[in-house]
Design a protein around this ligand. Structure first.
Ligand code: ADP
Ligand code: ZN
Ligand code: ZN
Length: 694
């Protein structure tokens, strides 16, 4: 028997699979150490074969088989991802192999079994330990493990091993598996359809379109329960988990230890533990952000994509996968139901998926009225009406999608502007930290006291970011709580706001994500058209989602609420539709526009970026790439090349392929890049291919 092994290496040039003698018990997904030239590499068995072209005498056996493996279906998925996103199989496999790092140390818990008697003849130390246990009931053994073991032998205490030191909410063991609330009529109707789909061996994917607060999460919980009941497993994808612990907690409360959570804040050891709990079947529901789509579960019956419009589902490193697309593929292969949910679905999903609707909020409240405030001709960050409304509201949320104090500085005397030395962008002032920062490469420098060009002391600050707004609100006497990527403890900021009597939560789009504060009565979007100014065909979609999602955060409680949208473009379709709470109208218009312009979902976009230390070689490589693609006659248009702004000390040029036919275009782009990158004329140029760029 021959094992076809893909070595796990990031080198693009080294592509397997390579054939080895199959060791006893090797399967697709087995992880091996194999000799490779003079080195030894880790590899994954991607196939088994009867024959090979490798001559007998050259065929060698792996050094050893690791006691870990990847489910066979994930090996196939990894290969698909590599192919779909112009990457290598090894990089695809890196997404599905067990995380490295040390295994978690087991934690031992001691519990009192009976009170000691005279006959036990205890030392003072042992007596103290027992007194301690009598008070607390149970405790982690820690450094007292040896002493506690002696007490265990006397039958005084019992010691159990817990593999995990951590879990999201399993600490409250008594509180777990809360009884579910009875469903509303709408939820009932939707769930009936979902349960039928889960029972179907080849279900069609569904889109759960429901306004915020309509009980979508409760539907996901019931759907997961239905999948478990048929003996299968479930994956729940959520955006950016650090900010949305509520949904994780709800799953943990409902399913207890059956849930494993995979997210980026876990330590290496915790991550490994969770992975193995899923792999061994101890945990059968996985909740996590985009990478959880690769959870090592077998027999998946349901994959939920919550807030399916969220851009964080797209991965920005190689392979540049989109977890929503991977989820669809995995569900299709497994015969599992793909259930996407959102109040503001993407036009792509709206068009392609069968829709289930939740039209009413569980609490019976109507969505809050939205008023647009025309900011043309105003210089202030906040309109006087906004200031009045904030002063009148006990708790408010203010969204401004810009971090820092002001977005650029220039010299009033000579006009010198402070730019990033590595990128062609302005530096942003962070006053609290006392530095200027580039939001693209992370470069920082001290705040200038005078102009570096002419020595003038007169430096002007332009534009306002969240830090400035926080300060302005405080000046107005409003307790402000800031939430953005500069805040060290976002969870802490959210808790502080939640517990405050009155206050304003001010921040970037982070404030619009899934939080449930019943006492917020006012939501404000400052500069709603900031996202519209991006030269991106998704600008309208993003803006609509942002305004609608923020509106969903207000008026969740008894007191009701309202939303103010400050904008320079009150007539933009996204803003006007969001103000009317008209998702269907917006989506219909947006789909018509995209069809006319042939944008996704009516075409596939592939972005190729060439970068180099100088502008000329980057542009030359992009030009060569464009010529090659045009010569191939791919089904679609090749737009560009066009220069992109300098980033991280590299000049860039980009090319967009707008393809009618996805597969051949992705193939052609991959082949063209491989050919041009292999040409010595373009040495020193880096290439990246992004299918479905965001
Ligand atoms: P969504 O995910 O659509 O925003 P949620 O599932 O979070 O909505 O529901 C909003 C609120 O209503 C939550 O506090 C949830 O616990 C509650 N809820 C959901 N379904 C029901 C129900 N059938 N009965 C009572 N409360 C419910
Ligand atoms: Zn100057
Ligand atoms: Zn920079």
């Amino acid at each position: 028997m021959i094992a076809r092994v893909e070595p796990l290496t990031t080198a693009r040039a080294l592509r397997g699979p390579f054939d080895y003698l199959a060791p006893e018990g090797a399967e697709v997904g087995s992880i091996l150490r194999v000799p490779f030239g003079r080195q030894e590499l880790t590899g994954v068995v991607v196939g088994l074969a009867e024959t090979t072209d490798v001559p007998r005498e050259k065929l060698v056996a792996p050094k050893r088989v690791l006691d870990q493996s990847v489910p066979a279906e994930l090996v196939g998925l990894a290969a698909w991802v590599a192919d779909e996103y112009c990457s290598t199989t090894a990089r695809g496999l890196a997404l599905v192999t067990p995380p490295g790092g040390p295994a978690a140390k087991p934690v031992f818990w001691a519990e009192l079994r009976r009170a000691p008697t005279e006959a036990d003849r205890l030392t003072d130390r042992q007596r103290a330990l027992l007194d301690d246990l009598a008070r607390t009931g149970a405790r982690a053994a820690g450094n007292d493990l040896a002493s506690l073991r002696r007490l265990e032998r006397k039958g005084l205490v019992s010691i159990t091993q817990r593999a995990r030191r951590h879990s999201v909410s399993h600490d409250a063991v008594g509180a777990r598996t809360k009884a579910p609330p009875p469903l509303t009529g709408e939820q009932e109707a939707v769930l009936t359809e979902i349960e039928a789909a889960i029972a179907d061996p080849a279900p069609k994917p569904l889109l759960l379109q429901g306004v915020t607060g309509s009980g979508k999460t409760e539907v996901y919980l019931r759907a997961a329960a239905a999948a478990l009941k048929t003996g299968r497993t479930a994956i729940i994808l959520v955006p950016e988990i650090a900010l949305t612990p509520q949904i994780v907690t709800r799953f943990a409360d409902r399913f207890g230890d059956t849930v494993a959570v995979l997210h980026s804040k876990l330590t290496a050891a915790e991550r490994r533990d969770e992975w193995h709990r899923l792999r061994t079947g101890e945990a059968r529901v996985c909740v996590g952000p985009r990478s959880a789509v690769f959870a090592p579960l077998e027999d998946v019956g349901l994959i939920v994509v919550d807030e399916e419009h969220d851009p964080s589902y797209k991965h920005e490193g190689d392979p540049r996968y989109d977890a929503r697309r991977v989820a669809a593929k995995r569900a299709l292969d497994a015969g599992a139901l793909l259930l996407c949910g959102s109040a503001t679905p993407r036009p792509e999903s709206y068009r392609a998926l069968r829709r289930l609707r939740l039209t009413r909020r569980v609490d019976g409240q109507h969505p809050p009225p939205v008023r647009t405030i025309d900011m043309r001709g105003t210089d202030a960050a906040l309109h006087p009406d906004t200031v009045d409304a904030l002063a009148a509201s006990k708790k408010s949320i203010v969204l401004l999608n810009r971090r820092g104090w002001s977005n650029f500085l220039d010299c009033r005397t000579c006009g010198h502007a402070w730019m990033c030395p590595n990128c062609d962008v302005a530096l942003v002032l962070h006053r609290g930290g006392g530095y200027l920062a580039c939001h693209h490469c992370g470069h920082r420098e001290r705040v200038p006291q005078h102009c570096t060009e002419c020595g003038s002391m007169s430096v002007a600050r332009h534009g306002a970011g969240t830090e400035r707004l926080e300060h302005d609100l405080a000046q107005l006497g409003l307790p402000a709580f800031r939430l953005d990527a500069d805040v060290r403890d976002p969870g802490g900021a959210l808790r502080a706001f939640e517990q405050a009597e009155r206050g304003v939560l001010v921040g970037t789009q982070m404030v619009a994500k899934g939080h449930d504060f019943p006492d917020v009565t006012l939501a404000v979007v400052v500069d709603a058209d900031a996202t519209l100014r991006f030269p991106d065909f998704r600008a309208e979609e993003r803006t609509f989602a942002l305004v609608a999602q923020l509106a969903g955060r207000a008026g969740r409680g008894e007191a009701g609420g309202k939303v103010l949208v400050q904008t320079l473009a009150p007539d933009a379709p996204s803003i006007a539709a969001a103000a009317r709470h008209d998702a269907d109208g917006f989506l219909a218009g947006e789909l018509a526009r995209r069809e006319a312009l042939r944008y996704p979902p009516f075409a596939t976009l592939i972005k190729c970026v060439c970068s180099a230390e100088e502008p000329a070689p980057a542009m030359a490589a992009a030009q060569a790439l464009a010529e090659r693609l045009r010569a191939e006659g791919i089904p679609g248009d090749v737009l560009g090349p066009a220069p992109l702004f300098r980033l991280r000390e590299r000049d860039r040029a980009q090319l967009i392929v707008k393809a009618r036919d996805r597969r051949p275009a992705v193939r052609a782009a991959g082949a063209a890049v491989a050919a041009v990158a292999g040409d010595k004329a373009h040495k020193g140029v880096n290439f990246s291919v992004d299918v479905d760029p965001q």
